[in-house]
Design a protein. Structure first.
Length: 95
């Protein structure tokens, strides 16, 4: 038996179960609940990968911007900065 892993009616995978008997209504409900959670986990991982890609892209934009740019968190730690920022303020490269 195959059971689709769905998010908003979009199939993101399939999970297969093998058995030599039919599943009870309670078992099918449990399978549905489990597959819903697995699908949410898949969606969460996909969203993480998209966010990582967008952060990397933003980091590259800031790093290679032709102007002095720096981004700080609330404790004034660097989040991102351009090479021009380092040059203009004679700062060492920071990690």
């Amino acid at each position: 038996m195959g059971y689709p892993l769905k998010i908003d009616e979009k199939v993101v995978g399939v999970i297969a179960f093998l058995a030599n008997h039919t599943f009870s209504h309670n078992t099918l409900n449990t399978i549905r609940s489990i597959t819903d959670q697995i699908a949410l986990g898949i969606q969460h991982k996909q969203n993480e990968l998209i966010l990582q890609k967008e952060r990397k892209h933003l980091q590259q934009i800031v790093t290679y911007a032709p102007v002095a740019i720096a981004m700080f968190d609330t404790q004034m730690n660097y989040i991102a900065y351009s090479q021009k920022w380092l040059q203009d303020y004679d700062l060492p490269h920071q990690d």
